[in-house]
Design a protein around this ligand. Structure first.
Ligand SMILES: NC(=O)c1ccc[n+]([C@@H]2O[C@H](COP(=O)([O-])OP(=O)(O)OC[C@H]3O[C@@H](n4cnc5c(N)ncnc54)[C@H](OP(=O)(O)O)[C@@H]3O)[C@@H](O)[C@H]2O)c1
Length: 314
């Protein structure tokens, strides 16, 4: 069994793979309610739990609260441990500490929880409420026991260090920085975020770790996704041609290890240590497939081959 990772200092331990719940309830980008709905995402939740995954990532904005509501419902009928991570949006009209209190109250209600295991700041917007005020309000919530660990998301190396210092002065560790990270999106390495996280002992939650489905290898010029991804140049004919050699390598390694391309792509992230990919899954089949990224390791030679093949995305 792989090493467990600690999130914060209140005993929250998770395996190095979670599941993202953005698509659960989101009609705008993911088209929830078209070819999948509550039944399918409940099955994805159950499949994840049955394969030993306990970390579920959501946000108050996903599906305008529907993702949190669904998770709230699902964990009520589940006896296994469930660790929910949600996010606070520092929106323009949220000016005071009381905005944080109100947002936590609303998330607690939708999630049907007394305390949120991991509460993250969704983006580093500082023009409306300073980081000082915001992070102190979150430290207050830790003291109240309404949240157990504090994280941030989309923070640069400097912003992450500053956040850690502010929280540390209140005796609260910065548990995570949630950032976009996959074989097709490696800028956190060139921007110093990966190194800074290691130095600070901050775990990175890797979002869009399958590049929104591209690294599964299922999308082609004739089979492109509907919804928000249509606008993304990575899904264009040119974009798909560009990733072809990398997909070829994922397939080749998949055959060698008897794994799918998605499992190989996720294992490449997990193998670095201190990183928890949180792939989104709309169905039990996807959740099961992704869970198969755990329990084995790419050899160091194969890990390096993928590292080299994905350098264009550094
Ligand atoms: N903090 C932030 O700013 C931020 C931003 C983005 C995401 N996130 C978080 O990160 C999570 C994951 O990111 P993401 O959803 O953008 O991208 P992702 O995990 O790279 O891709 C998820 C999508 O890929 C497809 N897929 C997943 N597993 C599959 C499998 N095994 N086989 C075939 N297809 C599969 C599914 O869509 P199709 O079936 O439609 O292809 C799924 O919705 C989100 O749910 C959210 O929790 C956070």
């Amino acid at each position: 069994m792989e090493d467990m990772l600690n999130l914060g200092d209140r005993g929250l331990q998770v395996r190095p793979l979670g599941i993202g719940a953005w698509s659960w309830g989101d009609r705008f980008f993911w088209q929830y309610g078209s070819d999948y709905g509550e039944k399918q995402v409940r099955e994805a939740f159950e499949a994840a739990i049955n394969s030993g995954i306990t970390l579920f990532d959501t946000a108050e904005v996903y599906g305008q609260g529907e993702s949190e509501r669904l998770l709230g419902k699902f964990h009520q009928s589940c006896e296994a441990p469930v660790h929910i991570a949600t996010k606070y949006g520092p929106l323009p009209w949220r000016l005071f500490k009381s905005s944080v209190y109100d947002a936590v109250s609303a998330s607690l209600e939708r999630l049907q929880l007394d305390s949120i295991p991991l509460y993250q700041v969704h983006w580093p917007f500082t023009c409306f409420m300073s980081q000082e005020t915001l992070l102190n309000a979150l430290a207050d919530e830790v003291e109240r026991g309404r949240i157990q660990a504090v994280g941030v998301s989309n923070y640069s190396a400097d912003e992450m260090m500053q956040a850690q210092q502010i929280l540390q002065s209140r005796g609260v560790p910065l548990a995570v920085n949630q950032v976009r990270y996959s074989l097709l999106s490696r800028t956190i390495e060139t921007k110093g975020i990966l190194d800074m996280a290691k130095d600070l002992g901050v775990v990175l939650l890797a979002y869009s770790p399958l590049a929104q489905g591209l690294l599964t290898g299922k999308y082609t010029a004739r089979n492109s996704p509907s919804g928000g991804r249509k606008m993304d140049a990575k899904f264009s004919v040119k974009g798909l041609q560009r990733i072809d050699p990398l997909l070829g390598m994922l397939r080749e390694l998949g055959q060698k290890y008897q794994k799918t391309p998605a499992q190989v792509a996720l294992n490449w992230l997990i193998g670095q240590g201190g990183i928890i990919p949180i792939p989104g899954a709309k169905t039990a089949q996807q959740a099961n497939d992704n869970a198969g990224a755990l329990g084995w390791n790419l050899s160091s030679e194969d890990w390096i081959r993928l590292e080299q093949a994905s350098r264009p995305w550094l």
